[in-house]
Design a binder for this molecule. Structure first.
Ligand code: GMT
Length: 377
């Protein structure tokens, strides 16, 4: 297809929606499209200069009279400015609040020709669209978008129901690169982290928000450790981190729980594990589950949101009831105690990650929608 000029807006900090937006921008740039990130800071995964990628920082006016600096308006203004200056074909915004609304404003400001695609990621609908103070404006942002995608079928349905929207929305799954190298000597790397050869490794990765139920991960780990020598790797950081540290201490697990904070070489780290636990109470997709599957780590996930669309229950991992950390521990132990089942699920996880969630296919899917939106052949 012809090379497009695309503005991408996302939250630049660590978080699934920002990661997906940035990786999408990188893949599109590799395919020859001109990508303009319009964000409040350099996106987390944009760690170096890339051909065809430009960055436009949104500066927020901090005038003393503002109790709440108007980020949404400044963003709209920057989007309009970049659209005009670089003759963008489309703005692709990730996370509805406030990005879809800022994009609608930018479209109006820049003459109405630029097209807007909004990708819904999760709590923009499952949490914020339940808030009466935001519901109408989220509905407005979605209705004003030329195309809307969501990262799972669950999220499409949830959006239609919660906001009573008839508009067509396309489910487009998150993706992983077509190949990922895993460390050749996993055991040597494990030893660097103080993990003994006879220990099993459980991993959890998140931004430590209440919806992630990290406390259930710790409680499940306590039960697993009663049965097997094991370590828990906690990757990521966020609001719940301190209470989780306190829980780990209360449970007497300090020696076996490693808080690793935010990390960039996540594939390498996840691949040290035997099992991932993702026990969220809300999760529209669960990018970390996909990242684990891509390095052959089966995932124990909860039966909510889009998780069952990512993990194929009994094939690439096991699904257990939300809040039931005992069931999660039992599922993990069943996997750890049955080497043949573990090997089968590990192989199936990798195969599923690279077939169903392959970046080549998913990025081509976005390009098809861009072309439709722009009326291109
Ligand atoms: O919606 C959020 O909570 C934020 C967002 C993020 O930026 O981390 O996470 C969502 O988007 C990810 C990428 O599409 C999904 O993998 C996560 O499942 C989703 N989080 C939730 O639904 C809680």
């Amino acid at each position: 297809m012809k090379a497009l000029k695309i503005g991408i807006t996302c939250y630049p900090t660590v978080g699934g929606s920002g990661i997906v937006a940035t990786e999408l921008g990188k893949r599109l740039a590799e395919k020859g499209h001109e990508i303009h990130f319009i964000t409040s800071g350099l996106p987390f995964r944009l760690e170096r200069a890339y051909t065809n990628i430009h960055f436009h920082k949104v500066e927020v006016n901090q005038y003393q009279i503002f109790r709440y600096p108007p980020y949404d308006l400044t963003l709209a203004s920057k989007m309009a400015e970049v659209t005009e200056r670089h003759e963008l074909d489309l703005l692709h915004v990730h996370y509805a609040v406030p990005h879809a609304v800022s994009a609608a404003l930018a479209k109006d400001m820049s003459g109405g020709n630029v097209k807007v695609m909004t990708t819904l990621h999760g709590t923009d609908i499952t949490v914020l669209a339940h808030d009466p103070s935001l519901q109408n404006i989220i509905r407005y942002g979605i209705n004003r978008s030329d195309k809307v995608t969501a990262v799972s079928r669950f999220l499409v349905n949830e959006t239609k129901e919660q906001l009573d929207i008839a508009k067509h929305m396309e489910p487009i799954y998150n993706f992983v690169p077509p190949s990922i190298a895993v460390p050749a000597n996993r055991h040597a790397l494990r030893r660097e982290y103080g993990i003994n050869d006879d220990e099993d490794v459980i991993v959890h990765m998140s931004n430590f928000r209440p919806v992630k139920r990290v406390e259930d991960v710790v409680r499940a780990f306590r039960l697993i450790r009663q049965e097997k020598r094991s370590k828990l790797l906690l990757i990521g950081d966020g609001g719940e981190r301190h209470s989780i540290e306190a829980l780990v201490e209360n449970e007497g697990l300090q020696k076996d729980v490693l808080f690793l904070g935010n990390q960039s070489r996540i594939y390498e780290l996840i691949s040290l594990a035997d099992v991932m636990l993702l026990l969220s109470e809300k999760e529209s997709f669960g990018l970390t589950a996909l990242e684990a599957m891509a390095v052959g780590v089966p995932v124990i996930g909860t039966n909510i949101g889009g998780i069952p669309e990512v993990i194929s229950d009994g094939e690439t991992g096991l699904i257990c009831p939300v809040y039931d950390y005992k069931a999660a521990a039992e599922a993990a132990l069943a996997l750890l105690n049955d080497k043949a089942m573990h090997r089968r699920m590990s192989n199936a996880a990798r195969a599923r990650a690279f077939s169903k969630f392959n970046s080549d296919t998913i990025v081509a899917g976005y390009e098809t929608l861009y072309a439709e939106m722009l009326g291109l052949p």
